[in-house]
Design a protein around this ligand. Structure first.
Ligand code: GRF
Length: 208
């Protein structure tokens, strides 16, 4: 399964995917390209070190948003992916891309959707809100991407306990280590090996 990973930052989720392909946790999958909207994203360095083509499509390089979105979609198309993985990608996905790759785009969000998600809930902001609210459990969610923000059908979730005196940074790291970096590779492997099922309620499950 040809897979493109879209990134904006440090690429720790990308690294977890690359490591999972290397150690056989993910099978039947080729990471054929990495696309970032930021030239300085360390994720591009991780791609280069893994010998994977990396492409930067920066909004600043285009006069209009439409030109940027067309360039982003052209970059995705150039890899002819079967699956697109948003791994810390902080750009709203163009509607045309959602249509063209319907049910073939997944996203990792660092909370238990529908809590702490939607506009403004990204990166550390998620964990700041979690600690402000005082919830005892948070976690991460893999979901299919639709035209909303973090609103697509949920595929996989994993819970993480909050500890006393957690800081947003400490909590973010725990959610990454104990949830994101585990469920994103699991979801990719399940899709690559046709182990996704929909139940009578229309909800998605991974079959082991
Ligand atoms: C992190 O906030 C992570 O929780 C979210 O995207 C951000 C960047 O992750 N999924 P990464 O290190 O670039 O994968």
């Amino acid at each position: 399964m040809r897979t493109v990973v879209m990134v904006s930052g440090g690429g720790t989720n990308l690294q977890a995917i690359l490591d999972a392909v290397s150690d056989g946790t993910i099978t039947n999958t080729e990471i054929c390209g990495v696309i970032s909207n930021r030239a300085d994203a360390y994720a591009l360095t991780r791609a280069a070190e893994a010998g994977i083509p990396g492409v930067c499509v920066s909004r600043k390089a285009y006069g209009t948003r439409e030109e940027f979105e067309n360039a982003l979609l052209a970059a995705v198309d150039s890899f002819a992916p079967d699956l697109i993985v948003l791994a810390g990608f902080l750009v709203i996905i163009p509607k045309e891309m959602i249509r063209r790759y319907e049910r073939r785009i997944i996203n990792i969000h660092p909370s238990l959707i529908p809590s702490f998600c939607g506009d403004g809930f990204y990166g550390l902001h998620v964990h700041e809100r979690v600690l402000e609210r005082g919830v005892k459990v948070t976690g991460a969610t893999v979901h299919f991407v639709d035209e909303g923000t973090d609103t697509g059908p949920i595929l996989l979730q994993k819970a993480v306990a909050i500890q006393p005196d957690d800081t947003p940074e400490v909590l973010q790291r725990r959610v990454m280590e104990q949830a994101e970096w585990i469920i994103l590779p699991q979801a990719i492997d399940a899709i690559a090996n046709n182990r996704i099922r929909r139940d009578a309620n229309g909800n998605f499950f991974i079959m082991n």
